[in-house]
Ligand binder design. Structure first.
Ligand code: 4NP
Length: 154
């Protein structure tokens, strides 16, 4: 079982979008029994909130199933619960390193590290560009799944 936690700042836009897009890809490949997939935020700003309405709309538009989401903050004692922490941007990366007090097993990656352009995924909370966010998440999650399929010979 490969345990993956997608991470952003608020856990209402990017990381739950990545969670549901990745779950959909995994299910389409019939690999759902190989994965535990969830998402969390580095802040507690949105604790308990559902997906941002525009994030939900974007998922609907692309026929990505999603279910009830309860935003939550990642805690320092959760480092050993996951194999991968997939962050959206460099700020999430720094915040998560601080929360875990380092990354001794090198579990933290930026989502677009798995593509040929390792940039940040802009925060639609500020840009309002959910369409671009979706496209980047789709590209990153496909690349991540291909990486894992090769690495673990799935
Ligand atoms: P996310 O977007 O990190 O993609 O979920 C944000 C959502 C809420 C806030 C910031 C970013 N906020 O400051 O409440």
């Amino acid at each position: 079982m490969i345990k993956i936690c997608f991470i952003c700042l608020g856990n209402i836009c990017r990381s739950p979008m990545a969670e549901f897009v990745f779950k959909n890809l995994v299910t389409k490949e019939n690999l759902q029994n190989n994965f535990y997939i969830t998402s969390k935020g580095t802040s507690n700003e949105e604790q308990g909130n559902h997906l941002h309405p525009q994030a939900a709309l974007e998922l609907k538009k692309h026929n990505i199933p999603y279910n009830f989401h309860f935003a939550s903050q990642i805690m320092a004692n959760e480092y050993n619960d996951f194999d991968y922490f997939i962050v959206m941007d460099s700020s999430n990366y720094r915040n998560l390193q601080r929360i875990f007090q380092n990354d001794k097993n090198k579990k933290i990656f930026k989502l677009l590290d798995f593509t040929d352009n390792s940039k940040d995924i802009a925060d639609p909370w500020y840009t309002s560009n959910f369409d671009l966010t979706y496209k980047e998440i789709e590209k990153g999650t496909k690349a991540l799944l291909n990486h894992l399929i090769t690495k673990y010979k799935l």
